[in-house]
Design a protein. Structure first.
Length: 169
């Protein structure tokens, strides 16, 4: 995990800035990005139930482990819920242990709105409908409750390696 991202580029001394720059400071042209925080860069293969697979997709996000850090729960399932009303259900086990992220960048750029920006869930080991776009929260629940697609015939779990596409798979 990288706690410090891109640093500062170069120093610039500008006479026009005289009197405006506190001691020990230097003026920059760009707006440096220096985030201290538990963001992670992950590269994962993703699999859609409609049969496309995209290899080596590169994301920046926060691990769900970090989001749930300090949360003490007996719940065994989560319902991810999104702006717009979409929901999807997952075992808590499948979003913890380094398996899921709330992602806000794709390929080093802010996540486009059509792909779930500003932030989406990323659960690459399950079919991609589990990766809720525009994610608003995770509800911890004791019993597995079908989300939007799961109520409409998609599998409750959705393991692509076992082709768990629909009910009964
Ligand atoms: N909020 C929300 N999340 C969603 C969906 C949706 O309709 N609404 N569709 C799901 C489905 S079925 C798929 S395949 C993926 C598509 O993600 P993409 O548009 O980034 O390819 O998002 C999933 N997450
Ligand atoms: Mo999908």
């Amino acid at each position: 995990m990288s706690f410090i991202s891109r640093g500062f580029r170069g120093k610039r001394r500008d006479t026009a800035a005289a009197g405006r720059v506190p001691p020990g400071q230097y003026v920059v042209e760009d707006f440096p990005v220096l985030s201290a925080g538990p963001t992670e860069q992950v590269t994962k293969d993703i699999h859609c139930v409609t049969k496309w697979t995209k290899l080596d997709t590169a994301w920046t996000g926060v691990s769900v482990d970090t989001i749930l850090d300090g949360v003490d729960t007996a719940a065994e399932y989560v319902v991810a819920f999104s702006y717009g009303g979409y929901t999807t259900n997952l075992p808590l086990e499948d979003v913890t242990g380094g398996k899921a992220w709330v992602a806000f960048e794709f390929d080093g750029q802010p996540l486009h709105p059509e792909h779930g920006g500003p932030a989406r869930l990323l659960v690459p080991h399950l079919y991609f409908w589990k990766s809720a776009k525009w994610v608003r929260g995770l509800r911890l629940v004791n019993e597995d409750q079908p989300g939007f697609w799961e109520s409409n015939g998609y599998n409750m779990y959705g393991d692509p390696w076992r082709e768990q596409r629909y009910w009964g798979d």
